[in-house]
Design a protein. Structure first.
Length: 255
């Protein structure tokens, strides 16, 4: 294929746009704030689930405590009633024996219930502390999430601006390219996944770093400047610098 040498030079600008666009996309996908944001959102979800579980546990403990309270009150009331019956002197001797047994059994029962009550209160206290800690942690995580979201949004907005700028530049270059040359470039770019054209620098392909054999190098230097050269290895378009074409051996011989 042939294309004016000046037009071939434009391919280097086009390749730079593609390289910059690729780096921009990579930078965005690897944005540290984005990874941290994902971690914070995950931690927040866990903390919120923990808080729900702790709050449910607190409700259960509160009703357990209310039950224990009312059990203790009922036993206490019964002791008072039995004691009053024993003290008023109206109960026959047999009933007094039975009341004495009942009162001592009720006193033991009251002590057991009070122990249980205490244990529930301790658990409730611990759960309430945990709820306060979790609420604090959720508040901190929410703040961090807001800050990180703002950072990510700003980075995205900046990247979008940069992307528009690069795309406009790219479109501008494409306008001056011969459609056939452009199609070739785009095809190679799609195949290679980065750029379709590179510089030929001192006999080396800037794409795959292949060093041309002296014969190939000579062939490239002597080729018509409008000839579109391709790397033998990576097949990218090789753009020579703007220096004038070296004379062919035949040209020299002809002089
Ligand atoms: Zn190459």
């Amino acid at each position: 294929m042939k294309a004016p040498a000046a037009m071939q030079q434009e391919l280097i600008g086009l390749a730079q746009c593609d390289r910059d666009l690729g780096q921009l996309a990579h930078r965005l996908s690897a944005l540290p704030a984005r990874a941290e944001l994902a971690a914070v959102v995950a931690a927040l979800t866990t903390a919120e689930a923990d808080l729900t579980a702790v709050a449910t546990g607190i409700l259960a403990l509160e009703s357990e405590l209310a039950r224990a309270d009312s059990d203790v009150a009922a036993v206490r009331e019964r002791i008072v009633r039995d004691q009053a019956r024993m003290d008023d002197g109206s109960a026959p001797a047999r009933e007094l024996v039975s009341l004495t047994h009942e009162v001592s059994s009720l006193v033991r029962r009251q002590a057991d219930l009070e122990d249980l009550e205490l244990e529930v209160m301790e658990r409730l206290e611990a759960a309430t502390r945990e709820r306060t800690d979790l609420a604090q942690r959720i508040g901190d995580l929410q703040q961090r999430r807001e800050a990180l979201s703002a950072t990510v949004a700003q980075a995205l907005a900046e990247a979008e601006q940069e992307q528009v700028r690069l795309q406009q530049r790219r479109d501008g270059i494409c306008l001056v390219l011969d459609p056939e040359l452009r199609a070739l470039y785009e095809r190679i770019r799609a195949e290679r996944g980065d750029v379709g054209a590179v510089r030929l620098t001192e006999g080396r392909c800037d794409g795959c770093r292949l060093v041309l054999t002296p014969a190939d190098r000579q062939r490239c230097l002597q080729a018509d400047p409008d000839e579109v050269l391709r790397c033998e290895d990576c097949r990218r378009i090789l753009v020579r610098d703007g220096k004038p074409r070296q004379p062919l051996d035949d040209d020299v011989a002809a002089r």
